[in-house]
Design a protein around this ligand. Structure first.
Ligand code: FRU
Length: 539
C-alpha cells in the first residue's frame, strides 16, 4: 500500500497488477507450495485468461514465475480456464484445466511438468492428445457449461475419477469421467451428483474429511462413514457464492449422497458469507492438513479497478476440517500467517463494555492487523426472542443495522475506522432467544459495510451468518484487517465473512480500531489481543 495505492494489501496474495480470479491447481511439491490463478496479462478486467504462477515455502510469502499455461493451441486458444492438480502415485503432478477452443467450446486438457526435478515446475507441456474430454453431439453436454475439472481420485478399481461442473437447463451437475491412464477418459452414464434448481455448478471440489480431529486426508482416501465423510462444494454461478454439503460417497455407484438436511443448492451452508468464490482445497502432505484457497473480488466499480490497475485478491489460505458434530466445516487461517504478527497490544483484559460504549485499541497499525477478542455475556435470560420469520441472517443484519439496539448486541469490533467515525466497518454479534423459555439461543454475526467509505460508488452490502455456538461460553471473534479487506471468523471458524471496503479517511496511519457494545446489556471483554502485521513478500 502507498499513498497512491491505499487499497493494495500488505499480506493478502495479489498479483503486481491486472485482473485475477479463481485460484487454480494449488499443491505442495518437493516442499514448495504452488498457486496458479486465473489472470489477465493485459488489464484490470476479466479476459485473455492464463494460468499465472507463484510459489512459496510458507503459504504467505510468494515468488512470482512466468505464466505456466497460456493460450497456444487450438484446444485452448481462447482461454486457459480453471482446473486442478493431481499428484500421481509416482509423485508427478499433472494439471487438468478447461481450454476454450476456436468454436468457444469448453474442453478439458492435460499439462505436465517439463522437468520434474525443478521444484518450481516453471515449464509445462500440453499433451498432443488434448482435448481429453470434449462435448459432442452424442454425449448431451452443453459446450458452454462444461468446465473446471477437480483433483482426480482413485477408485477401488484402480481407475481415476474426476468431476466437471455443468448444467442442463436449471439442473446443476457434477459430471464424472473415469480413466485408467489419466489420458483416455470416459464419461460415466450418471453424474456424481446433481440438483434440479441450482443452475450452473462452477469450480466443484470433492474431498474426504475425517470424523475425528482436524487433520486432513489425501483426496483418494476412503473409509467407513464413522471415519470418513465426503464434502462436495460448488460455486453457484447464479448467486456467486460457494456452498458445501457433507455426505457419504458411494464408491461402487460413484454417487455422492448428502446427509439429511443438506441440499446442494443456494440453501446449503457457505464457506464464507461475504465475498468469496471459486474456492479450491488441496491436501498438504507436509503438514497433514487440508487447505482452502478462495478468491475475493473487488466491491468497487470497474472504473476504479481500471484506475488502480488491478482487481481481485486471494484470502489467507485456511485450514479446513469437519466439526465434531459432523454437521459443519470449520475454517481457520493457516498458522503461518501468525509469523507476520509483531507489536502485540495486550492491555485489554477483563474490561466491561457498558451499553453504548466504545473502547479504542491503541498502539496497533489498525489498517494492517490481526485481532482476536473474547466476549462474554451475562444474564442471558434478558435476551430478546427472535422473530420466527427471521431465517435469513443477512436480512437480519441489513434490516437491523448497527444503530438498532437489542438486549445483547450489536457488540464487536469497528475496524478501518476514521477517528471520528465518519467511516467504519463493523463486525459484530447479536444474541437472541430461539423461543421464549426454550433455553436455546441464536447467535448472529454481521459484517456491516454500509458506513465503510464516504465514497458512494462501492458495493456496501451488509453480510450476515448464524454462528453455531453456546453463548453461555466466551464468544470468540477474529479479524484479519488488510487495508481493503476484512476477513472475520466467528466462533473459532464456525462462521466466516470476508468483505472488501475502500475507506477515504481511514487509510494507513489514519485508521483506527475499536471494540464496541451498542446493545442494552453490558458485555465483558475477557481478552483482546491485537497485532500489527508485517507485510508479506508477494510480488
Ligand atoms: C469462475 C469461472 C470458472 C471459469 C473461470 C474463467 O469464476 O467462471 O467457471 O473456469 O472463472 O476465468
Amino acid at each position: 500500500p502507498s499513498v497512491n495505492q491505499p487499497y493494495r494489501t500488505g499480506f493478502h496474495f495479489q498479483p503486481p497488477k491486472n485482473w485475477m480470479n479463481d485460484p487454480n491447481g494449488p499443491m505442495i511439491y518437493k516442499g514448495i507450495y504452488h498457486l496458479f490463478y486465473q489472470w489477465n496479462p493485459k488489464g484490470a478486467v476479466w479476459g485473455n485468461i492464463v494460468w499465472a504462477h507463484s510459489t512459496s515455502t510458507d503459504l504467505i510469502n510468494w515468488e512470482p514465475h512466468p505464466p505456466a499455461i497460456f493460450p497456444s493451441e487450438p484446444f485452448d486458444i481462447n482461454g486457459c480456464w480453471s482446473g486442478s492438480v493431481t499428484i500421481l502415485p509416482n509423485g508427478k503432478p499433472v494439471i487438468l484445466y478447461t481450454g476454450i477452443d476456436p468454436k468457444n467450446q469448453q474442453v478439458q486438457n492435460i499439462a505436465e511438468p517439463k522437468n520434474i526435478s525443478d521444484p518450481y515446475l516453471r515449464e509445462w507441456t500440453k499433451s498432443t492428445l488434448n482435448p481429453l474430454m470434449a462435448p459432442d453431439a452424442v454425449n448431451g453436454i452443453n459446450a458452454s457449461s462444461f468446465r473446471d475439472p477437480t483433483t482426480a481420485w482413485l477408485g477401488q478399481d484402480k481407475k481415476w475419477r474426476v468431476i466437471i461442473g455443468s448444467k442442463i437447463n436449471r439442473r446443476g451437475l457434477a459430471i464424472t469421467y473415469t480413466s485408467k491412464d489419466f489420458l483416455k477418459w470416459e464419461k460415466s452414464p450418471e453424474p456424481l451428483h446433481y440438483d434440479d434448481g441450482s443452475g450452473m455448478w462452477e469450480c466443484p471440489d470433492f474431498f474426504p474429511v475425517t470424523r475425528s480431529g482436524s487433520k486432513g486426508v489425501e483426496t483418494s482416501s476412503f473409509g467407513e462413514p464413522n471415519e470418513i465423510k465426503h464434502v462436495l462444494k460448488v460455486s453457484l454461478d447464479d448467486t456467486k457464492h460457494d456452498y458445501y454439503t457433507i455426505g457419504t460417497y458411494d464408491r461402487v455407484k460413484d454417487k455422492f449422497v448428502p446427509d439429511s438436511g443438506f441440499k446442494m443448492d443456494g440453501t446449503a451452508p457457505r464457506y464464507d458469507y461475504g465475498k468469496y468464490y471459486a474456492s479450491k482445497t488441496f491436501y498438504d502432505s507436509a503438514k497433514s492438513r487440508r487447505i482452502l484457497w478462495g478468491w475475493t473480488n473487488e466491491s468497487s466499480s470497474v472504473d476504479d479497478d481500471v484506475e488502480k490497475g488491478w482487481s481481485g485478491i486471494q484470502t489467507i489460505p485456511r485450514k479446513i476440517w469437519l466439526d465434531r458434530s459432523g454437521k459443519q466445516l470449520i475454517q481457520w487461517p493457516v498458522r503461518e500467517v501468525e509469523r507476520l504478527r509483531t507489536k502485540e497490544v495486550k492491555n485489554l483484559r477483563n474490561k466491561v463494555l457498558k451499553s453504548g460504549s466504545r473502547l479504542e485499541v491503541y498502539g496497533v497499525t489498525a489498517a494492517q492487523a490481526d485481532v482476536e477478542v473474547l466476549f462474554k455475556v451475562r444474564d442471558l435470560e434478558k435476551a430478546d426472542v427472535i422473530d420466527p420469520s427471521w431465517t435469513d441472517p443477512q436480512l437480519i443484519c441489513s434490516q437491523m443495522n448497527v444503530s438498532v439496539k437489542s438486549s445483547f448486541g450489536p457488540f464487536g469490533l469497528m475496524v478501518l475506522a476514521s477517528k471520528n467515525l465518519e467511516e467504519y466497518t463493523s463486525v459484530y454479534f447479536r444474541i437472541f432467544k430461539a423461543r421464549q423459555n426454550s433455553g436455546k439461543f441464536v447467535v448472529v454475526m454481521c459484517s456491516d459495510q454500509s458506513r465503510s467509505s464516504l465514497e458512494e460508488d462501492n458495493d456496501k452490502t451488509t453480510y450476515g451468518a448464524f454462528v453455531d455456538i453456546n453463548p453461555y461460553k466466551p464468544i470468540p471473534l477474529r479479524a484479519l484487517i488488510d487495508h481493503s479487506v476484512v476477513e472475520s471468523f466467528g466462533g473459532k471458524g464456525r462462521a466466516c465473512i470476508t468483505s472488501r471496503v475502500y475507506p477515504k479517511l481511514a487509510i494507513g496511519k489514519s485508521s483506527h480500531l475499536f471494540a464496541f457494545n451498542y446493545g442494552s446489556q453490558s458485555v465483558d471483554v475477557l481478552n483482546l489481543n491485537a497485532w500489527s502485521m508485517n507485510s508479506a513478500q508477494i510480488s
